[in-house]
Ligand binder design. Structure first.
Ligand SMILES: [Zn+2]
Length: 141
């Protein structure tokens, strides 16, 4: 029952991701569902990710609620632990994360840091990557 509320809480952002997923699908991208998350590889959104964003530069993947958009299937696989941390952040903060994330980046920048690298939401996702490297989950069976 809790899972239902987590999906509902993140739904407004997930719907934006689904819309981008449909654009990706109509421009050659592929969709797959992995552990309750819709992963979208390639297509038009991938060109945006490759071009990058002002503070991060090019990125391999981005999370919007329960949707992860990646430049390729390999990129989705390589960034899965990191992006799942962002999924959990959307489950915790819902649509508020769309405001909190840039605010956290702004605070990091005001403190002399990098708005992307020193953003606490990114630090948490990188920590999840490290845990995954130390204790990989068995996803094969
Ligand atoms: Zn991240």
């Amino acid at each position: 029952m809790l899972r239902f509320w987590l999906y509902l809480w993140a739904l407004p952002v997930t719907l934006v991701g689904v819309l981008l997923g449909l654009l990706a699908r109509s421009s050659g991208g592929s969709l797959q569902r992995v552990e309750g998350v819709l992963e979208i590889a390639g297509g038009w959104p991938a060109s945006i990710l490759r071009r990058g964003f002002p503070f991060s530069g090019p990125v391999a993947a981005i999370t919007l609620g329960h949707v992860v958009l990646g430049v390729s299937l390999a990129a989705l696989s390589a960034t899965r632990a990191h992006e799942r941390a962002h999924v959990r952040q959307f489950e915790r903060w819902g649509v508020l994360l769309l405001v909190l994330y840039p605010l956290a980046g702004l605070l990091a920048w005001l403190r002399g840091g990098n708005p992307y690298r020193d953003n606490p939401f990114e630090s948490e996702a990188r920590a999840a990557e490290r845990v995954e490297r130390v204790t990989p989950q068995n996803s094969g069976d």
